[in-house]
Design a protein around this ligand. Structure first.
Ligand SMILES: Cc1cc2nc3c(=O)[nH]c(=O)nc-3n(C[C@H](O)[C@H](O)[C@H](O)COP(=O)(O)OP(=O)(O)OC[C@H]3O[C@@H](n4cnc5c(N)ncnc54)[C@H](O)[C@@H]3O)c2cc1C
Length: 188
């Protein structure tokens, strides 16, 4: 069983995976590469003067994989609570189990709704429905969290990436039983 599985590898999901894997958690990242991020050109991402969507996505994937996240090209089609975790079924018929699942599915809430995850009206332009989460990113179903556009945050890459990181830190903290901080020192 994975400690953390993330569905969706845009800025929200890949950022969550990066944090979870870097914290030493066994991390699965499932993505079907149909997100919105590749279509954009970014000049408002702090610390990066300008970057195209494909580069932003590919760099994020490489960062997550570098720290040990397992990235699989799959479409998740079903989620169901099982024992002390969540079972994820994919279109190819594979199943994966994880203690915690973070939904980072961008504009799509179909998978969440099918699993009984509560949704609500979105507030952002063109985002009709989002997953209802609390301040930590928890949904109404134990072990299922949500981050990024699908969790209703402002539709900007740096904000969705930050939200993915925030939710991952909350998941890691829950797994550890203590607040988690990831700070590296500048190398001399
Ligand atoms: C044309 C355009 C221009 C933009 N320009 C800017 C800009 O200049 N500045 C800015 O800050 N923001 C911009 N944005 C917005 C920005 O791209 C988004 O806010 C942000 O990147 C969304 O990240 P996300 O991770 O929430 O969603 P996404 O990047 O959409 O990622 C969701 C991922 O989940 C995957 N997924 C969904 N369902 C499943 C499933 N069932 N199984 C497996 N995978 C699944 C998708 O394939 C996708 O990879 C722009 C967006 C567009 C479309």
């Amino acid at each position: 069983m994975y400690e953390v599985a993330i569905i969706g590898a845009g800025p929200a999901g890949a950022s969550a995976a990066l944090f979870a894997a870097k914290a030493g958690k066994s991390t699965l990242l499932i993505d079907n590469d149909k997100g919105m991020t590749r279509r954009g050109w970014y000049e408002n991402y702090y610390g990066i003067a300008e970057i195209g969507g494909p580069d932003l996505v590919e760099t994020g994937h490489k960062q997550a994989v570098k720290f040990g996240a397992e990235l699989v090209a799959e479409q998740a089609v079903n989620l169901s609570p099982s024992g002390d975790g969540i079972t994820i079924e994919t279109e190819s018929g594979k199943t994966y189990e994880a203690k915690h699942v973070i939904l980072a599915t961008g504009v799509l809430t179909d998978l969440a709704a099918k699993a009984g995850v509560e949704t609500k009206d979105g507030t952002e332009p063109r985002i009709k429905t989002v997953i209802a989460v609390n301040a930590e990113g928890k949904t109404n179903i134990g072990g299922i969290w949500a981050a990024g556009t699908v969790a209703g945050v402002s539709v900007h890459a740096i904000i969705t990436a930050g939200d993915g990181a925030k939710v991952a830190v909350n998941v890691i903290s829950e797994l550890n039983g203590a607040r988690y901080v990831d700070h590296d020192m500048l190398k001399a």
